[in-house]
Design a protein around this ligand. Structure first.
Ligand SMILES: Nc1ncnc2c1ncn2[C@@H]1O[C@H](COP(=O)(O)OP(=O)(O)OP(=O)(O)O)[C@@H](O)[C@H]1O
Ligand SMILES: [Mg+2]
Length: 438
């Protein structure tokens, strides 16, 4: 064998497989472990079905690359920790002790003690990081030395949050985190308020979303969200549920997460939900459709395929159950003038809010496999609910001046976008072709 070393991928205490690094090339292959295959345990991704043969770099990289940060976050960590942004293997070796979902990835030379569930208190480090101007631009993973990994470009840290204190797993521990925190962004003004507002609005509308809030510590606000891929058991232990995002499930690299760069669009995501073993498909399809309308209305142009996930859970008979994960990362990006206005997933042929036509809504209805009339009824009542619920959410923070000011801007964007969706929808449903014959 010319493989000098490998990384071990585990799920629970079981070895799932191995990442073999290819000498000098920086690439690797992935191979399921014989025992995992013999037991017919679940594949770790829809894009990596169980098989004996190893997956080559081109076929496995999309799943593993999408476990690690990207953009500003990746660059920041790489700079401070002297890592190459291209060396995904090295990143996983250092940060794979806790990932999104259930997997642990570690060096084959490292013994894992599955009985060690200890944490260290990093509250002071986090408080210092968010209030000290010299540290605000440094990623929390760097400042805390945590060996955890989450995708996305924003600065964030998975933590155990208990009695107003933040903890991360200790050095040799496999303890699980329960929350994710995102400090206020230095690049996008009031992003934490924006995200909290949009997440709370979605929750108010009955969409399945991760519970999120603003946490104020020492007069500094941060965004906090409960991990939906962690389950607190009756004895207090934390079970890790596996998850993968739509880029991982469909086999796309993060460089192709946008439809404009060749990434998945609405039809492809819906077809995936319909054609795979996703539980409660009718509800999943309806929630996915509402999510698309919601993102259009709040002005979220960044609702790409990495911002929706599949959650893996086991039923009473220990059989794997795939469902659409609660929604996360709901943000109005239109509020930021320097961000792209192009929709991450096109609506029909439409790429921008102001250009939405009745023809494009017609394509959307077909893509979502709805009857025109049913879609119309659902969309009209959902958008009306959004308009009513916005006022309710605004009241939650009515005593917080800064949040109020920001919410008013969001309110205007939402009202404009409601009209931009409702006008062409109205035209489509009331065009002569659709009027009932006398
Ligand atoms: N509440 C949650 N529970 C479990 N996993 C989550 C939760 N929120 C986010 N994640 C995971 O963390 C990843 C990154 O989160 P998120 O999309 O919020 O980050 P981001 O940096 O804001 O992303 P982007 O680069 O799209 O702006 C998600 O793809 C998902 O796998
Ligand atoms: Mg995201």
């Amino acid at each position: 064998m010319d493989y000098p070393e490998n990384l071990i991928v585990t799920w629970g205490k079981e070895t799932v497989g191995f990442l073999h690094q290819k000498p000098k090339q920086g690439s690797f292959t992935f191979q399921y472990d014989d025992n995992w295959l013999d037991n017919n345990f679940p594949p770790i991704s829809f894009s990596l079905p169980l098989r004996n043969e190893p997956y080559n770099w081109e076929d496995c990289i999309n799943f593993f690359q999408n476990l690690i940060p990207e953009g500003d976050s990746l660059n920041n960590i790489a700079t401070y920790k002297r890592l190459s942004t291209n060396n995904i293997y090295d990143f996983l070796r250092r940060y794979g002790k806790e990932c999104a979902g259930a997997l642990i990835i570690h060096d084959s030379n490292e013994e894992i003690d599955y009985t060690n569930h200890t944490y260290i208190d990093v509250t002071d480090q986090i408080l210092d990081a968010i209030s000290n101007p010299k540290k605000k631009d440094i990623n929390l993973l760097v400042l805390t030395n945590a060996r955890l990994s989450l995708a996305g470009a924003q600065n964030k840290l998975p933590v155990l949050f208990k009695k107003d204190k933040f903890y991360i797993p200790a050095k040799d521990s496999i303890a699980a985190t329960t929350h994710i925190i995102k400090p206020a962004s230095t690049r996008f003004k009031k992003l934490h308020i924006n995200e909290t507002f949009c997440m709370k609005l979605a929750e108010e509308l009955g969409l399945p979303v991760a519970k999120s809030d603003i946490l104020t510590i020492d007069k500094v606000d941060i965004y906090i969200t409960e991990r939906y891929d962690r389950k607190i058991m009756y004895d207090g232990t934390i079970q890790k549920l596996h998850q993968e995002d739509f880029c991982q499930a469909l086999g796309y690299p993060n460089s192709r997460k946008y439809e404009s760069s060749g990434g998945p669009g609405i039809k492809q995501c819906l077809d995936f939900i319909i054609n795979n073993d996703i539980s409660d498909q009718t509800t999943a399809k309806l929630n996915f459709s509402k999510l698309l309308i919601f993102n259009f209305i709040i002005g979220n142009c960044d609702a790409h395929a990495k911002n929706i996930s599949i959650l893996y859970d086991f039923d009473d008979k220990n059989i794997i159950n795939h469902s659409l994960a609660p929604f996360y990362d709901l943000v109005s990006t239109k509020i930021y003038k320097n961000l792209s206005r192009e929709l991450a997933m096109f609506i029909g042929k439409t790429k921008e809010h102001g250009l939405l036509s009745k023809e494009s809504i017609n394509i959307l209805i077909e893509d979502l496999q709805f009857e025109k009339k049913d879609f119309g009824e659902m969309a009209f009542s959902f958008i009306q609910n959004i308009q009513n619920s916005v006022r309710k959410i605004m009241k939650i923070y009515s005593s917080h001046d800064e949040i109020c000011k920001f919410q008013k801007v969001l309110y205007r964007i939402i009202n404009t976008n409601c009209k931009l969706f409702l006008n062409p929808l109205h035209k489509l449903l009331h065009s002569p072709k659709n009027r009932p014959r006398p």
